[in-house]
Design a protein around this ligand. Structure first.
Ligand SMILES: [Zn+2]
Ligand SMILES: [Zn+2]
Length: 259
């Protein structure tokens, strides 16, 4: 099983321990034809981009690097943070970007205090009672589905259910409806097989990403490979296998929009 690209990596511009050039070189060494640089959005404390303005400068850097490394296509992306129950992302200007990932992350600054309590607060209380836990899962699910419904540019939902538990069936259904790719994340070994099976039944398309923060794990997709084989997911459901072409060929609701 050979992969065309790896669409989720972090550089030193967020919490990665590698330069963009190191990511590109590692991807070429591993035979990838496409690589995306997707640093964290700016509003997850301690791990995000310094500010959203960095992306305009990175756009120029990536364009220059594409002229140097002509045997690989380099994409500029971001892993945005979902901030509230309406699914607001912490990146507003998506124009400089080729690819948009979003997910729920700890220490995200919410848009409003009340939403913060419901999503990020309830999760700290999740061991308090069954009811409290259920409310947390409901809030996380609502925020995630809103992000899928309200951001037509969104390409990928990162590590569904990691950090904050969600109703995986409802989230997977919303991924399928919105043509947002359901990520199998190899850095975290997440989601588990049981959740991947549920997502498969809901008709999602999958993407297998490294979420590499270190050069040695760029293109490291073994967890996803093992899951596909074990769960017998047909190759046509995996978007980033070689033979499918790259990001430009992905089906996407936003690209079909005529208005
Ligand atoms: Zn993440
Ligand atoms: Zn990540």
């Amino acid at each position: 099983m050979v992969f065309f690209g790896d669409y989720h990596t972090h550089s030193r511009h967020s919490d990665g321990r590698q330069s963009i050039v190191q990511i590109i070189k590692a991807a070429r060494e591993r035979g990838l034809q496409e690589i995306a640089i997707t640093d964290h959005g700016p509003l997850a404390l301690g791990i995000g981009l310094r500010d959203a303005g960095v992306l305009a400068a990175l756009r120029q850097d990536i364009d220059a690097l594409n002229r140097i490394y002509t045997d690989i296509n380099i994409l500029l992306g971001v892993e945005a943070n979902i901030r509230d129950l309406q699914g607001t992302l912490d990146i507003q200007d998506l124009k400089p970007l080729d690819i948009i990932i979003a997910g729920l992350h700890p220490y995200t600054i919410p848009t409003a205090w009340s939403d913060g309590v419901q999503i990020f607060g309830q999760n700290f209380l999740r061991h308090a009672s069954r009811r409290q836990r259920q409310k947390a899962v409901e809030a996380n699910t609502r925020a995630t589905i809103a992000a899928l419904d309200n951001n037509p540019e969104l390409d990928i939902l990162s590590h569904p259910g990691l950090f904050y538990q969600v109703d995986i069936r409802a989230v997977a259904r919303a991924c399928a409806e919105n043509q947002v790719l359901f990520e199998i994340n190899c850095a975290h070994g997440y989601p588990p097989a049981s959740d991947i099976m549920i997502a498969k039944e809901q008709g999602v398309n999958f993407i297998i990403n490294s979420d590499a923060h270190f050069t040695r794990t760029v293109g490291q997709l073994d967890y996803g490979r093992a899951m596909i084989e074990r769960l017998e997911i047909p190759p046509e459901r995996i978007i980033n296998l070689r033979g499918r072409g790259g990001h430009g060929n992905w089906p996407k609701k936003a690209k079909d929009c005529t208005h």
